[in-house]
Design a protein around this ligand. Structure first.
Ligand SMILES: C[S@@+](CC[C@H](N)C(=O)[O-])C[C@H]1O[C@@H](n2cnc3c(N)ncnc32)[C@H](O)[C@@H]1O
Length: 410
C-alpha cells in the first residue's frame, strides 16, 4: 500500500493585500517502509480541501485551491511533489483541517470510503492512503493525521465514514522518518476488525468473549502510533454485543518502547477527546512501556502486571527476525503471568504483512515456544504493479495446561 506523506508542515503565505493565500505543500507517496514510491500507469490527480475542524460545521469544505490544470498530480518516477496552491478564499484563523487524497475518476471530493476496506474496488482512491493535517491560527500542527473510519452507531457504515465524526484520527510524524507512523498490517487489521465488529461469527473467532465476569483485557505489543489497539477500544463493546454479551468493562493497554510513548499517548488523548467517538464512554485505553527485552524476563510495568490478559494483539512486529526470540518469550511470559494472576488463558491475534522469506522463522519459533497457530484471515492488499501483497491474521493459542514451560527467561 502507498501513503501520502507530508515531508514538511504545510505553510501559508498571504498576498500583500491579504486577499489571497498560497499554501505550500511538499509531499511524497510511498510505502510504509519508505522503500518504493507510488508508480501509477496513469498520472494520479490529488485533491486538497480545507474543512472546518470543529463544531456543527465539522467536515464542511471551506476552501479548495484554484485548480488550473490539476496542480497536484503524481506521476510514475516521482519521489517528491512540491506545489504552491492558490486558495480561492483566505485560510481562516479557526482550526481547519486540510485533507489531501487521491481523487477518483468520478469525483473531486474525498471518497466516503477513504481507506482500504475489505471488498475494495481497484479505484485510485483505494490505492493511496490519504492524509490530513490541522491548521490552527494558520499554522500547521507538527503531526499529520490518518482518519480511521469506525462503524456508525445507528447509521449504516457508509454514513459513518463520511468524515462527519465517527472516526479516529491517528497522529503520525511529519517528515522522512519511517518511525512513528502507521504500518500496513495495523491499518488493514484495524479496518477489518472495525468493519466486522457486528458480525457474530468473525468476532467469535477474532475477539471472543470468554470470561463470565463481563470484562475483557486486551494488551497490544509494539503498538507504534496505536492504530490497532485504539480501534479495538472503540469497537470492543460492539464486538461483545454481536456475541450476545454485554460488557461491564474493557481495558485496552497499548505498549511499545519508550521512544513510541509520546505519540501513542497523544493518540489516546486524541481518541478520547473526539466527542462522537465511543472510546471515552467505552473501553479504558492506556499506555505503558513494555520493551520485549524486559518482557522476556517477565519484567512488567504496574499496568501490565495488574491483571490477566484475555487477548494480546500485535501487527507488523515480526519482520525483524533478530527480535523474534525476545518477542516470543514476552508472549510466553504474558501467558504465564495471566494464568498465574487470575487463571486467564491468553490468546494472541498476530497480524503480519509478509515481506521477506526470513520471516518464516516465526513459525518454527511459535512451535518451539508452545504456541499453536492458524490463519484466521488472509487479506489481499490493493495492488499496484505486479506484486501480490497481503496481510495474514493469525490466532495463536497455547492452552492453560502449558504453564510448565511458561517460566520467564532469566
Ligand atoms: C513496524 S512497527 C508496527 C507498529 C504498529 N504495530 C503498526 O502496525 O502500525 C513495529 C513496532 O514494534 C516496536 N518494537 C520493536 N522492537 C521492540 C521491542 N524490543 N520492544 C517493544 N516494542 C518493539 C517498534 O517500536 C514499533 O513501534
Amino acid at each position: 500500500m502507498h501513503y501520502i506523506r507530508l515531508l514538511r508542515p504545510l505553510s501559508v503565505e498571504s498576498s500583500s493585500n491579504r486577499r489571497e493565500d498560497t499554501l505550500s505543500v511538499l509531499l511524497t507517496i510511498t510505502t510504509d517502509l519508505g522503500d518504493s514510491f507510488f508508480s501509477p500507469d496513469e498520472p494520479l490527480a490529488l485533491g486538497l480541501v480545507l474543512e472546518s475542524a470543529d463544531g456543527a460545521q465539522k467536515g464542511k469544505v471551506l476552501a479548495c485551491p484554484a485548480d488550473k490544470g490539476s496542480p497536484l498530480q503524481w506521476r510514475a518516477g516521482m519521489r517528491v511533489l512540491k506545489a504552491q496552491l492558490r486558495l480561492r478564499t483566505p485560510l481562516p484563523n479557526e482550526k481547519t483541517t486540510v485533507r489531501i487524497f487521491a481523487r477518483s475518476h468520478q469525483s473531486k471530493a474525498p471518497s466516503p470510503r477513504p481507506y482500504w476496506r475489505h471488498g475494495y474496488e481497484e479505484e485510485p482512491t483505494e490505492l493511496v492512503v490519504p492524509v490530513s493535517v490541522d491548521m490552527v491560527n494558520r499554522r500547521c500542527a507538527p503531526v499529520s493525521l490518518r482518519q480511521m473510519p469506525l462503524p456508525g452507531r445507528g447509521d449504516d457504515d457508509d454514513a459513518a465514514s463520511d468524515g462527519n465524526g465517527h472516526d479516529l484520527a491517528l497522529g503520525e510524524d511529519i517528515g522522512e522518518s519511517i518511525a512513528r507512523h502507521i504500518w500496513d498490517a495495523g491499518l488493514v487489521t484495524a479496518s477489518f476488525l472495525s468493519d466486522s465488529c457486528r458480525s457474530a461469527d468473525v468476532m467469535a473467532e477474532m475477539l471472543p468473549m470468554r470470561r463470565h465476569d463481563d470484562q475483557i483485557g486486551i494488551l497490544e505489543l509494539g503498538c507504534g502510533v496505536g492504530v490497532l489497539g485504539t480501534t479495538l477500544a472503540a469497537v470492543v463493546f460492539d464486538a461483545a454485543a454481536a456475541q450476545g454479551r454485554s460488557l461491564r468493562s474493557a481495558h485496552v493497554l497499548l505498549t511499545d518502547v519508550d521512544e513510541a510513548e509520546e505519540r501513542a499517548r497523544a493518540n489516546i488523548a486524541r481518541a478520547e477527546a473526539r466527542p462522537p467517538c465511543a472510546v471515552a464512554a467505552a473501553a479504558e485505553l492506556q499506555y505503558e512501556n513494555l520493551d520485549w527485552d524486559d518482557g522476556r524476563r517477565g519484567r512488567f510495568g504496574p499496568r501490565t502486571a495488574a491483571r490477566g490478559w484475555d487477548l494480546v494483539v500485535l501487527s507488523d512486529c515480526t519482520y525483524n527476525v533478530d527480535s523474534l526470540p525476545a518477542l516470543l518469550a514476552t508472549l510466553r511470559a504474558l501467558h504465564y503471568h495471566s494464568f498465574v494472576h487470575d487463571g486467564t488463558d491468553t490468546r494472541v491475534l498476530l497480524a503480519t504483512k509478509p515481506r521477506h522469506a526470513s520471516e518464516e522463522a516465526l513459525f518454527g519459533l511459535l512451535h518451539e515456544f508452545g504456541w499453536s497457530h492458524r490463519v484466521a484471515r488472509t487479506i489481499p492488499l490493493p495492488r499496484v504493479g505486479a506484486e501480490d501483497e497481503r496481510v495474514d491474521i493469525y490466532v495463536l493459542t497455547r492452552g492453560a495446561g502449558r504453564e510448565e514451560t511458561g517460566a520467564a527467561e532469566e
